[in-house]
Design a protein. Structure first.
Length: 261
């Protein structure tokens, strides 16, 4: 059943981009569960979006930019005056607060030869198929702290924060922006649940239930203590007569012996 849903979702994905939707889209629920998470967002890769901008004998890659919704729209551009892509990083933009940062790059997905849908029915190949169709923003938890890391850093996103994303087609032969998508619709990461708000089985406890439980616990303790005291008293009373009997000296009758007349 899961595999059939996956095949249908992948088919719909191909149809979506064939219709030239030019915004990054959050992955369909059939493709990935628990999305967004606290610190990641899974996006569908731009299949068939930039095909009209591709020319033979040139090399292209895709840049993925991320930006917090609270950043100003004036600074949402991702090119400099010479039409070269910005190399702004997560650190330089305070995680997208000051403007877009380059979160990742990857090769242009092939619209002519996408992953085979039949492979989605093979459990051992599902992960590989999804990796070709999807990209997870915020999936690298170590790049910020690795001094030897030289690639584009894709660090975790901020919980309970709204982001926008953009795909940019780069002509790597000339190093300029060839085409780009619109910014995505706002996508919000999940909120951290406070311990008091986490539901516990069989259900959340109200204030009244907590008070009642506390009173019953105290009464149970007092009842148990009274029971132990009464048992102890009964045992002590039952042992007292036998102890007194053991401690009382027994007077032996005197032998009168023979009587002298």
């Amino acid at each position: 059943m899961c595999s059939s849903w996956l095949v249908v979702a992948l088919c719909c994905l191909g149809q979506l981009y064939a219709d030239h939707s030019l915004k990054p889209q959050i992955a369909a629920p059939q493709l990935t569960t628990n999305n967004p998470t606290l610190t990641t967002v899974a996006l569908e890769k731009p299949f068939c979006v930039f095909d009209s901008s591709l020319h033979p004998n040139k090399s292209y890659i895709i840049y993925l930019y991320a930006m917090k919704e609270s950043a100003s729209a004036v600074i949402s551009v991702v090119t400099d005056p010479s039409n070269k892509p910005l190399d702004s990083t997560f650190q330089q933009t305070r995680g997208g607060q000051l403007g877009p940062y380059k979160a990742a790059w990857f090769h242009v997905p092939s619209c002519a030869s996408p992953p085979r849908f039949v492979d989605a029915g093979d459990v051992s190949k599902v992960s590989g198929v999804l990796k070709q169709y999807l990209f997870r923003v915020g999936d690298d938890s170590t790049c910020l702290y690795d001094p030897n890391f030289l690639d584009v850093c894709n660090p975790p996103l901020t919980p309970d924060t709204t982001y926008r994303f953009k795909y940019v087609l780069i002509d790597s032969t000339e190093g300029i922006v060839k085409d780009q998508s619109l910014w995505s619709d706002p996508i919000r990461t999940r909120r951290v649940k406070l311990p008091l708000r986490i539901d516990t089985w069989p259900g959340p406890r109200s204030g009244g239930m907590v008070v009642i439980t506390s009173i019953l616990s105290v009464l149970m303790f007092l009842l148990l203590a009274g029971f132990l005291v009464s048992v102890s008293s009964a045992v002590m009373r039952s042992e007292s007569p036998s102890a007194e009997a053991r401690c009382t000296p027994q007077t032996a009758p005197r032998d009168p012996g023979p009587q002298l007349s």
